[in-house]
Write a protein that binds this ligand. Structure first.
Ligand SMILES: *[C@@H]1O[C@H](CO)[C@@H](O)[C@H](O)[C@H]1NC(C)=O
Ligand SMILES: *[C@@H]1O[C@H](CO)[C@@H](O)[C@H](O)[C@H]1NC(C)=O
Ligand SMILES: *[C@@H]1O[C@H](CO)[C@@H](O)[C@H](O)[C@H]1NC(C)=O
Ligand SMILES: *[C@@H]1O[C@H](CO)[C@@H](O)[C@H](O)[C@H]1NC(C)=O
Ligand SMILES: *[C@@H]1O[C@H](CO)[C@@H](O)[C@H](O)[C@H]1NC(C)=O
Ligand SMILES: *[C@@H]1O[C@H](CO)[C@@H](O)[C@H](O)[C@H]1NC(C)=O
Length: 464
């Protein structure tokens, strides 16, 4: 047994309490807890090692989750002031944006979905909104990166099937091309809303309206503001009558936050208020465990069947709940207790001590996946660690310890390029890439696995 293991056992006997001390009302305590958890998170990252590729997480983590991680680290810096990870964050985002600034690295072609790009694009958007140190002038700039992605999305909007929407996959040869899903359209919606607010350009706001209306038109957002996973495009007639009804935390969260940004941008319009309130009610009704008052990935967490991707979704919901309270202050009273319960519960789950390579952070501070148990549940990884970091740091937002995201008019300094990122020519053909193997198709990302899992978890497929 390693020394830390012995200490952990002694600790259990002596009831040492949590390895991560968290006093929610004490900003220093929150920052110190966040720092401990962030340290364990970044230890998973190998892209800073000599000879490795900046921006990549090792297997089994897909490219998109690295984008999500750097987005979390941008917020970590903005909320705590700790710039320990700024250099690797800038390097990773710029490397994966490539010199074209379009977040279409050829290495990722075999699995590149609109949602995968979206998590990198949202990291760039957060960097712009927080005045994360700007890249050198000869490199792509944060705002321009988000605009480039917006323009790519707009060029991929496809009315011929389902009356609009983005497909999940970008390339026709990838599994998932015939699926139009909420997370891809949610990334488009979220970025459009934030660009509208940041730049004041109404074209972005019009797109946000249009995307939301499309989600409603195909039943992906229903009258109760429940967000479903996606619709299948029929190969026979292009209709979209087969829907995956599954509810995931990140789908609800990404639309909730975007709606709150639109509410703010439209100076509290009634329509966006109704949407914000409905999405928030549906989110809390679905994803808050009644017994403990904390978030659960209800579809797979109770059964223990969440895959690697799904084990990171809850963290994004906490990020977007905090952003919602900021943009739509009337939601604060509902959001704050939830975020604070999550923070306390997540910290209690950060007492794990698995040996490397499972965990390389400070011994006894690995974070588990379940927040409902009051203890480490044995599950450790990037998702678990990132969820806990989010849970612990985002309450700083609802306690007023964080400035609201900037705009071009309130001090945002990132340079934009509204015309950047027209659809790259190679998108049409995808030639020059090796034949796609079955393994690649299986690897094609998270919704496929979600679908396979759904069978186990009791998924409802509705044929209309
Ligand atoms: C990344 O690598 C550089 C160069 O080896 C090193 O100075 C730095 O501390 C590393 N950063 C992190 C966060 O590991
Ligand atoms: C693509 O892969 C090559 C070989 O591993 C690597 O050198 C390059 O940096 C990668 N490009 C990106 C954008 O990740
Ligand atoms: C909305 O919720 C109500 C009450 O739970 C339910 O009766 C109704 O069927 C739901 N509507 C839809 C479209 O799911
Ligand atoms: C919101 O209000 C501000 C200040 O009154 C005004 O400048 C802006 O044009 C309004 N925005 C919208 C979308 O109505
Ligand atoms: C928009 O967000 C800002 C920053 O949090 C807030 O001060 C303002 O009250 C919000 N506007 C509306 C209409 O809620
Ligand atoms: C507003 O955004 C649209 C869409 O990207 C762009 O075509 C237009 O040039 C922008 N307008 C301004 C004034 O920047």
């Amino acid at each position: 047994m390693r020394i830390s293991g012995i200490l952990a056992s002694l600790c259990v006997l002596a009831r040492c309490g949590t390895a991560i001390d968290l006093v929610l009302g004490d900003e220093d305590s929150v920052k110190s807890a966040a720092s401990t958890i962030a340290f364990g998170l970044v230890k998973y990252y190998t892209g800073n090692n000599t000879g490795d590729t900046p921006g990549n997480l090792p297997d089994p983590y897909f490219w998109w989750e690295a984008g999500a991680m750097f987005g979390t680290l941008v917020d970590y810096w903005a909320l705590t002031g700790d710039d320990s990870y700024n250099a690797i964050t800038t390097q990773a985002i710029l490397h994966q944006a490539t010199e074209k600034g379009d977040f279409m690295p050829p290495n990722q072609t075999r699995t590149l979905g609109n949602d995968d790009q979206g998590f990198w694009g949202m990291a760039a958007m957060s960097a712009a909104e927080n005045n994360f140190p700007n890249p050198p002038e000869d490199q792509p700039q944060w705002l321009a990166l988000a605009q480039s992605l917006f323009n790519q999305y707009a060029s991929r909007w496809e009315e011929a099937t389902c009356g609009g929407g983005l497909r999940w996959q970008i390339f026709t040869f990838n599994n998932g091309f015939n699926y139009k899903n909420s997370i891809s359209n949610g990334c488009f919606f979220n970025i459009a809303a934030r660009l509208a607010r940041y730049t004041g350009n109404e074209t972005y706001a019009e797109w946000a309206e249009k995307i939301f209306a499309w989600e409603e038109s195909v039943g992906l957002i229903d009258a109760n503001l429940t967000v479903r996973d996606g619709v299948h495009v029929s190969l026979e007639d292009g209709s979209c009558n087969s829907r995956d009804e599954n509810q995931w935390t990140y789908n609800a969260g990404i639309f909730l936050h975007g709606a709150a940004v639109m509410y703010n941008h439209t100076n509290a319009s009634a329509i966006w208020r109704e949407r914000v309130d409905g999405l928030l009610a549906s989110t809390t009704a679905t994803f808050v465990d009644p017994a403990t008052g904390v978030l659960v990935e209800q579809l797979c967490e109770p059964s223990g069947f969440c895959n690697t991707d799904q084990r990171s979704f809850k963290g994004y919901l906490t990020r977007w709940l905090a952003g919602t309270a900021q943009m739509a202050p009337h939601t604060l009273d509902a959001v704050r207790p939830l975020l604070e319960a999550d923070a306390a519960a997540a910290a209690r789950a950060c007492t794990g001590d698995p040996a490397p390579p499972v965990f390389r952070g400070h011994p006894g501070t690995a974070c588990g996946f379940r927040w409902t148990t009051g203890a480490f549940d044995g599950s450790a990884g990037v998702g678990e660690q990132m969820n806990a970091l989010s849970a612990v740091m985002y309450p700083l937002v609802v306690r007023g310890a964080a400035a609201p995201p900037l705009t071009a008019d309130t001090g945002g300094t990132s340079k934009g390029n509204p015309g950047g990122g027209a659809a790259p020519a190679h998108e049409e053909v995808g030639i020059g890439y090796a034949e796609i193997t079955l393994q690649d198709r299986v690897a094609a990302g998270f919704v496929t696995s979600a679908l396979a899992l759904g069978v186990v978890a009791g998924s409802a497929f509705v044929i209309l």
